[in-house]
Write a protein that binds this ligand. Sequence first.
Ligand code: EPZ
Length: 417
Amino acid sequence: MDKIIIRGGNRLHGKVLVSGAKNAALPLICAALLAPGRHRFHNVPSLRDIDTIENLLASLGAQISRGDDLFEIDTTAVDRFEAPYDMVRKMRASVLVLGPLLARFGRARVSLPGGCAIGARPINLHIKGLEAMGAEIELDHGYLNAQAKKLKGARIHLDLPTVGGTENLMMAAALAQGTTVLENAACEPEIVDLARALKSMGAHIEGEGTDTLVIEGVPDLGTLDYRVMPDRIEAGTLMVAAAMTGGDVRIQGMIPQHLKSLIGKLQDAGTEITYEAETVRVRRPRRIEAVDILTLPYPGFPTDMQAQFMALMTLAKGASVITENVFENRFMHVCEMQRLGADITIDGNTAIIKGVKKLLGAPVMATDLRASASLVLCGLAAENTTEVKRIYHLDRGYERLEEKLRRLGADIVRVPE
Ligand code: EPZ
């Protein structure tokens, strides 16, 4: 296992290019199961989660090759339909094979994901939607055995705007007989991107980006040749890194419209954000002011930026209140930040952060993907040395983050534990 060692205090400056989006690439790769043939993806990030989905699809019989900016997957020979526990446990997004396998092959055996560090994260809404489309799904020793002669279009109202549920059901509906209406659907940019990709395969989808999707099933779909959109959460993390260190950073390749709520909050906190040609410039001219945030489904403040924004608030002038409304246990980073001298009190799903003048470097431990990023951010601003252990969590969702930060002037190295 590796760890990251940071000597804090350097102001970040320079240019950095954002990688392809993990949470767009994962459903897109699963969508390749919907149509036989060779699908080509560009700008797929090199991440542990991408390795996991590659291994899963290869275990189903897909042929995968990865070259320079090319991720190719041929799903013609897929002849197995099981997503085993050890893969789903490692990465919950593996359940996104359920909809495509059912739609194309009429069968799937997918392990229930079980809980994870940030919450219970059930998939009951995925199941409810697929059953409404005619799938028969039974629980068998921790696995879902699902089958359907032919999925049928249905009107489905989602109890909550689940991202993965919307993705699974949109992919399933693309090949169903008849029309599916998905109400209270998620409208994250990754959903819009997946809909665009499915339409390039020949799917009939309307309403992407709104809370109601209308999908008219078609008999079959073509292959994909698709470029993965930039990672808005990596971009947001880099923006916070610039703000935390009082730097002047230009972030290339990001789409500011995908981060309006974060950008608004960063500006409220005193960060200067300007837009040049292909880049977003982030500067912090004076001490950060405390601001409150509520995490909500898109376009609300993204839960995946909650830990990183909390890192920024630990050094703000005043007290800020952060309410986590999406996951029930997404404050695992708090006790590690307290080791660095942060003044944070938790009350249920609310954290009160009283800004301190400085953080003091110390060894800390990553517990989940975004928590690990938030601890790296704290280390960039903390006095002396911070060691972040168990950064395999970080590698799930950030492509060589320590290299990107070092090129921006951070004193940061990755060493074997
Ligand atoms: C996606 O997870 C993202 N992952 C998460 O990013 C992100 O935090 C989340 O959406 C919310 O934006 C990927 O895209 C691969 P949900 P997902 O279904 O689809 C409850 C990261 O850091 N729920 O929208 O699992 C669930 O328990 C990761 O990159 C049900 O109750 O999120 C949660 O409380 C972390 N029943 C809430 O909805 C269901 O059937 C949101 O979950 C489904 C979800």
